[in-house]
Ligand binder design. Sequence first.
Ligand code: XMP
Length: 327
Amino acid sequence: MDENKRPENMARITTREQAEAFIAEQIEALRKQVGSRKVLLALSGGVDSSVVAALLIRAIGQQLVCVHVNHGLMRKGESEQVVAVFRDQLKANLIYIDATDRFLDKLAGVSDPEAKRKVIGGEFIRVFEEEARKLKDIDFLAQGTIYPDIIESDKGVKAHHNVGGLPDDLHFELVEPVKLLFKDEVRVVGAALGLPASMVNRQPFPGPGLGVRCTGAITRDRLAALREADAILREEFDRAGLAGKVWQYFTVVPDYRSTGVRGGGRVFDWPVIIRAVNTVDAMSATVPELDWALLKKITQRILDEVPGVCRVLYDLSPKGPATIEWE
Ligand code: XMP
């Protein structure tokens, strides 16, 4: 049997009972596969790696070593949540690495979007590799591979190994407990494992994080403005009951300024662009008709609370021709 093929008779996991049956099955399988050995996991804070971490903590406890690399491009509060949930609540063996300076120094002056992605991806592998080499006796690498990743990598769309690119001498056996599940099933399993709703229902967030939303060459002040504006947008969407209803929403701060007036004088500050989209598969996307009062409230809060911003725009462009991200 091809272990990367979802059996035709496998029922879609939609209920807590089904999730619990899956969890019990996986715990047994994981204990059998791993025995008394150790497993390493890159914990990004995304849904898939978080669910895999929670499953492994149940199955093998302290034999799991989680590494969370904060690349400095996370949304406001995300790395803190990873530490609060996994280290404080679930008592995971978690190594937290604040690599902000390392990433931002490497990114200084890099303006091409694909070059930025390469710097971020490459640096992530290097930081992770350094940690992996410091640890002794690790035999396994756990990954949050899910079924669409396998389907896409079969079609040659993208490599499904999230931490692909580790050097050959770092040889791990893979542990991929949710590889036959679809995203909606991973969320049901995560909720049954007791992960917070904000983590389980997290909207998609690109690997390069805020790096592709702080367009052009990233600067720390503009990145800080982007993070604050994004936090305000998320808070107001939450309050308006739109979290989970709108597929993806975020802000962008471009690398140019515009004229404004503040305190009786001229300013030359950044615009903030609000992006919100609905889609099924991210291949095409539509823009929701947001409530005008909500847009005005978000605009006012960003203008009042985020230093260096004098203008707020709502991007009305569907995909295509516009992509969801600005870079
Ligand atoms: P686009 O901008 O291509 O985005 O319409 C489609 C979806 O993919 C996400 N995205 C990325 N995810 N690494 C990722 O892990 C990336 O480099 C990347 N670029 C775009 C985007 O957020 C959207 O959900």
